[in-house]
Design a protein around this ligand. Sequence first.
Ligand code: F6R
Length: 619
Amino acid sequence: MCGIIGYVGPRPVQGILLEGLSRLEYRGYDSAGLALQQPGRAAAAVLKAVGRVDCLREACGGRDEALGLGIAHTRWATHGEPSEANAHPHADASGRLLLVHNGVIENHATLRAKLLELGHVMRSQTDSEVLAHWVGRFYEASEIAVGAARLRAALDKALELVRGTYGLAVMHADLPGVILGARLGSPLVVGIGQGEHYLASDVSALLKQTREVLYLDDHEVVELRADGFELGHRRGVGRVAATCVVDWQAQDAEKDGHAHHMLKEIMEQPQALENAMRGRLDFEQGTSVFGGLNATPGQLRAVTRVLLSGCGSAHHAALVGEHWFESIAGLPTEVEIASELRYRQLPLMDGTLHFAISQSGETLDTLAALREVKRRGISSLGIVNTVGSSLARESDGGCHLHAGPEIGVAATKTFTSTLGVLAMLALHFGRLHRLGPAEGMLWVRQLQALPDLMRETLCCHAQVSALAPRLAEAQGMLFLGRLACMPVAMEGALKMREISYQFASGHSSAELKHGIIAQVSEQVPSIFIAPHDAVFEKNLANIEEVLARRGPVMAITTQGGGQALRQLTDAVIELPACHALLAPLLCILPLQLLAYEVALLRGCDVDKPRHLAKSVTVE
Ligand code: F6R
């Protein structure tokens, strides 16, 4: 999704902006642009390019002596095709004010029509240009003396007209030392340096420069200068600006010798899970401990139902979590797709505890679900990877994943880390309700063993690579699993779709004969996730049904399941033994690798899949 970086300080600007933009590449985009304002120049230099940040780099040429300030943007098209005209920054009518914008201006059509009536000439199809023209219009008409206050007042007036969301940065040729930023519903963070300041939509853009940051809240406006910043609130009283230090390192966002971020992130899952569990497993009490739930044991004991919400992979993780809350904690649990929850008439019982799940913490639908559930008086906790993200700040408490930055667009390590956190939460509630210390201790040991089991599982990479060619040319494929492995089938299919663009769908294998079997053919392989568990024999029967219809079959199982499966198909991957309920944490790994290998065979850009964005900050 769109990215913003801005810089004001003593160093050459262009290189800093391009470096920041390339750190935002992982979010997904189709064009990029930047504006540089040098002191004494009548207007800023603006450069834009369709395609990769490298295309913009080329357009900029090697020169980088421009001092002053600049703003830059990667665009993910919402209004208007990817083109230079639609790329940001957008200028106002005078050409002296430039603006970059993330989010969606819902009433842009009305605002545009009004501008056209007033004689403005619009150069793009975007909603963002409309905003630039309105800010410029108010600036030109203002009676306030030229200075930052005049630009702030104009921005304020323009934002009053807007219905929708924004994270934006504005600069004006009259003010070669000032960038203004404003936020409503689309993230914006200030980076604090020595005699220099940054503005970005995502902390990853800043990691190379600074780790001291300030996250803006909705309705806040910031005035950024080289020697400081001033924070204001458009609706109410300002707050004391408390900065925080991000503990991610710049090298966490690099590939570390792997061909792709996605492969690196798949391979680092055992470590990521260890990080998620560090200090949270209590070996004495046979439970898990969380510092951020912000509730007493009594309040947590009073929870009688659990509601889990999220989108995409977070939703699939929630579906696995549902099994755990029910089986380990004995708590009735419901899972809602966050994008649906916000519009549903959902009866919410007293005693419900809501967990909103989002690796980015910025998914608009998940935030909206959180706000709706909170508004109805239900306590809502976040399960989030990004410290300081909107979800982390707006929830009543929660847990961070500590997975480090996930740069590959497809969620991998954040999926398994979310599972780890959900399993520990289920144990925590289990120990409050029905599990004795001995049983609790057994779960603690099972959880503790998982990272090593994952390491062992990842050794299947070569086997997976050998199977990938069978799927690369398939017409489509089915992913099938049962119980807690049904969401794993859904997640495996999602990875395949996202990365390789192959058609894939994930289902309960129990549903095969209720319709899905109609898809089975020689050209449509079925991938069964069939750990050696209580429903293993049922999966075997389903496999027989597929084979009887000439459908090719691959199977992922755990120790003990290999022998029976190898009698049916030569494509079996046998993983280490583990508790049946925890098998999802192992079974998803070969599916991630499979999607990766199939995508490579099909020549896809694994880290930047088409049409996708890492953080979906629009509805
Ligand atoms: C899947 C994927 C998406 C996200 C979804 C939610 O690989 O990346 O389906 O899982 O957009 O994102 P977060 O977790 O950031 O809320």
